[in-house]
Design a protein around this ligand. Structure first.
Ligand code: SAM
Ligand code: SF4
Ligand code: SF4
Length: 329
């Protein structure tokens, strides 16, 4: 067992696995309703066994955290099996990022499989606006119902909100007040230039500073010390009731220097960075190779990593960009 460090001395401690590139929503900032996404065929998706082998191989690098994401991971009927095999390997910290639409009925099985943490995406309490952003006629009451059911079952729940200028800034305060009152951590994620389908522009990014300053007009915020090295969210506590709010400022205050995250796409490509132009295809070795072979390939790839896209971001330079729903947000 030994940690693997890249060329910038960042250990590989965190793996994000996209278990499907498909989704039941069409969020404007990810996979807009008028885009024409090209999905992987079902037989290309990693099986439970292949996911288990990937995590087993990386366990020797002392990875601490695995996040299951997508696309929409709840579209996979074998999601509890995926959680269970990862848990059985010995990973204690397993989290799931989901839009919450298909979540509620699955919660008891996910809990029994060993899942404890959920990040649920919700960009508006105003239902008409929610449906406009997500491009579907599905009410946000379904998501809220999943959130409350998860709370009742004892999951640690965080809410992800992407704020886009001209779209949902007016939801910042209602969301803050709603989740502050409930004691659920709301996390503001800056709108990122991921993929090619969303027509990202810097002017549409509402920065952490803007949101922080706005919230501070209503509530007193106190910084909270980071729990772990490489934690992406900067957290603050509302001094009046102790609830927390977080900011993921990937665009305006990039955190590449402590980025310990690798990504595995749903068809078995290993990526060193969310914005990588290419990755390492481990699909064959996941099917047919030994665990040691998988480990050796990943180790060689991570140890030559020097990616720091967000710190170097230059919107004037055009790059091939991978969709967030494919690589896993
Ligand atoms: N479908 C699930 C969901 O929405 O939670 C999981 C996958 S989604 C790609 C993961 C997270 O990425 C979500 O919280 C979503 O809001 C966020 N996301 C997607 N596109 C984004 C973008 N362009 N900028 C910032 N966050 C984005
Ligand atoms: Fe689907 Fe999540 Fe992308 Fe929205 S952000 S389209 S829910 S993958
Ligand atoms: Fe990590 Fe790449 Fe994001 Fe920087 S841009 S924080 S290296 S994933």
């Amino acid at each position: 067992m030994a940690k693997k460090y890249d060329r910038l001395n960042r250990p590989l401690t965190d793996l994000r696995i996209s278990v499907t590139d498909r989704c039941n929503l069409r969020c404007a900032y990810c996979m807009p309703a008028d885009s024409n996404p090209c999905f992987l065929s079902k037989e290309k998706l990693l099986s439970v066994r292949e996911i288990e082998r990937a995590v087993s191989a990386m366990y020797a690098f002392e990875i601490e955290k695995v996040r299951i994401t997508g696309g929409e991971p709840c579209l996979r009927t074998d999601l509890p099996d995926i959680i269970k095999v990862i848990r059985n390997i010995g990973i204690q910290d397993i989290a799931l990022t989901t839009n919450g639409i298909l979540l509620e009925d699955k919660l008891p099985r996910l809990k029994a499989a060993g899942l404890r943490r959920l990040n649920i995406s919700l960009d508006a309490l105003d239902d008409a606006l929610f449906q406009k952003i997500t491009g579907m006629n599905i009410s946000n009451q379904v998501v809220l119902s999943s959130i409350f059911a998860a709370e009742r079952l004892g999951f640690e729940v965080k809410i992800n909100m992407v704020v886009i200028r001209g779209q949902n800034e007016r939801e910042i305060l209602p969301m803050v007040e709603f989740f502050k009152e409930k004691g659920i951590q709301l996390r503001f994620i800056e709108y990122m230039d991921a993929g090619c389908m969303n027509d990202w522009k810097m002017e549409k990014v509402v920065s952490k500073k803007e949101i922080y300053d706005f919230i501070s007009r209503f509530y007193d915020l106190q910084p909270v010390t980071q729990k772990t090295y490489g934690e992406v969210a900067k957290r603050y506590m509302y001094t009046d009731n102790g609830s927390q709010v977080g900011f993921i400022s990937s665009v305006t205050e990039a955190f590449c220097s402590s980025c310990t995250r690798a990504r595995l796409s749903s068809n078995g490509i290993f990526y060193n960075c969310l914005f990588a132009e290419s990755g390492l295809d481990i699909s064959k070795v996941l099917k047919y190779g030994s665990i040691q072979e998988i480990r050796d390939q990943i180790s060689a790839y991570w140890t030559q990593r020097a990616d720091r896209y967000s710190e170097e971001r230059n919107p004037l330079v055009s790059r091939k960009k991978i969709e967030m729903s494919y690589i896993g947000g």
